[in-house]
Design a protein around this ligand. Sequence first.
Ligand SMILES: [Zn+2]
Length: 482
Amino acid sequence: MSPSRALIVSVVMLLAACSSSTPEQTLVREAADALGGAQRITAVNTLVLAGEGTHYNLGQDLRPDARGQTFTVSAWRRAIDLAKGAWRTELTRTPDFTYFQGQGAQQQVQGFGGGVAYNVTPAGAASRAPDAVAAERRAEFYHHPVVAVRAALAESVQLGGSRGDGNETLLDVTTGDGQRFTLAFDRVSKLPTRVLTAGEHTNLGDITLSTTFEDYQDADGLKLPARLTTRVDEFATAEYRIGTHGVNEDAGNLGAPADAAAQPAVSAAAPANVTGESLGRNVWLLAGQSHHSVLVGFKDHGVLIEAPQHDTRTLAVIAKARELLGDKPLTTLVITHHHFDHTGGLRAAVAEGLKVITHDGNQPFVERMAERPHTRAPDHLAQNPKEPDIGRVGSGLTLEDETMTLQLLPVSGPHSETMLVAWLPRDRLLVQADVYSPGSAVHSFAGKFLEDVRALRLSPVRIVPLHGAVVPFAQFVRDAGG
Ligand SMILES: [Zn+2]
């Protein structure tokens, strides 16, 4: 056969193959062929992946831009039931840093099946995760190339939006039951490179959850990735190196344990309970749940320390603060550190018109958090847009009038390098978050914090923690081993 004739024959064959396919279907078919063929993919009922990996500490690291804190993940096993849309991951993770409260290795069991997301404790107690978690885990089911391409091959699927992006081609997939994700393929090998899902996050707002597939290897007539990396936007959250791929092994029942399935679905944050305990004239502890705030009243205005968790908590804290202040306006928010659980209400405070005072190292973080879009689940700031007014503490900032003095002091430590403590000299109260939580089994950071208190020449009567009860300074010294 002459070269030109061979070309004509192959073009005719290609046209025949494509005559009933859209370009999107052709993309999926090519990806299926690269993975081992559509027939082989649709014959996969279960996948049992085992290996090890690394978890990162998004939102809880030493500084807002730090990525150095990791957990070593061992005994990682992820089982997927493709027909039932269920999966379960079991792992052990050990922090590679001085962990909050000094915990060692943690075992985790997380799963999704029958529409229910669940967690199981090492002691075997199963609980149902909230609806927001279930939505993420339902999406995560598709974050494997075999599952995603199998879904894209289904008759009920809608494919659209194919586009090029560098070395990848992207394609939007909507499954028969309404799940949407974007599948990316390598232009040359046609192998899936990533699955991306649109999500939402209390602090970050609109996010893209993605899993990247690398290091494809032969396994049971398929090509399967031996390396998975999960991300929230550009931030890596986990990496897994897969040692064994079990195809159509008995994966067991991956659905929710009966205990978890019987629990009611939780669709919103629990109602806030905010108490107002006086700690001295015009100083109140706003407690009632896991994360506390402190209100400091000046002659003609009030300053709030900490806007934790989410809109629900922080808006209730602000309402309580205004009630306690009476006619005086609440003007200012102080954030102790950048950790997500302590800044989940930052945006609500900006929307309420509070100026935000923070450690210099957190200023870009506060700006970024305030400007991030929250369009999928509009929060209080999305509904009441405002520019943040940010003040920095420098080497120390004193807020005072004739009735009150509040000193904000940077304290760099193994919990956060961009941390502030608040000192109220009149009442000798020292307000701090996370470096000492009375009642904890272990006090990993208390020794360093005691050194800081002595270096600052502070002489507190009481420590006011943003987790746990207010305690005499002497108890802190004992817990710190000082
Ligand atoms: Zn923290």
